[in-house]
Design a protein around this ligand. Structure first.
Ligand code: S3P
Length: 175
């Protein structure tokens, strides 16, 4: 079985940025589930949510995951909701190492407020709805994220600093 490295965590936790840097550093291909799904569907995630609905998007995420079985070892950043899909986490554990980028609620809120428009789950929230929505969704999801083999805080460090820390942890695990 091929061994991938999966980065999981809430929207805004840095999976795509850190994943791309880690892939460069380890000389491995980098895949971002959102980008791959957009390529295949020929439309943006926002369009998929509005035209086809969230359930169809989650099926696309699961199909993307299944296809990883037959590709070379890669660094894979997965959308924030993917680990909550039934059977997704066991499949990721089977195919590789799952790493949770753990970012605090307040940091996530700060980051996500600035990027709200690109995120279908957040774009329609008013200012007063924003914080409680993110807080509730994070608390619903955190027990999925915590099933990762490795939990890395991603708070005050730069993406490059985190990549160095990850490299050390991967060495310890002989990965
Ligand atoms: C989602 C997270 C997004 C994207 C979609 C839904 C979620 O990915 O897949 O907007 O349910 O948390 P990122 O976590 O990469 O932002």
């Amino acid at each position: 079985m091929q061994k991938h490295i999966f980065l999981i965590g809430f929207m805004g936790s840095g999976k795509s940025t850190v994943g791309a840097l880690l892939a460069e550093r380890l000389n491995l291909p980098f895949l971002d589930s959102d980008k791959e799904i957009e390529k295949r569907a020929g439309k943006s995630i926002t369009e998929i949510f509005s035209q086809d609905g969230e359930a169809v998007f989650r099926e696309m995420e699961m199909n993307f995951l299944r296809e990883l079985k037959s590709i070379e070892p890669s660094i894979v950043a997965v959308g924030g909701g993917l680990p909550t899909i039934e059977n997704a986490l066991p499949l990721m554990h089977e195919m590789g190492l799952v790493i949770y980028l753990n970012t605090s609620l307040l940091t996530l809120i700060k980051r996500l407020r600035e990027e709200k428009e690109q995120r279908p789950l957040l774009r329609e929230l008013s200012d007063s709805e924003f914080h409680p929505f993110v807080e509730a969704l994070l608390s619903e999801r955190v027990h999925f994220y915590k099933q990762a083999k490795l939990i890395m805080p991603n708070e005050r460090n730069s993406p490059n600093e985190l990549v160095l820390k990850l490299e050390k942890e991967l060495n310890k695990l002989n990965f």
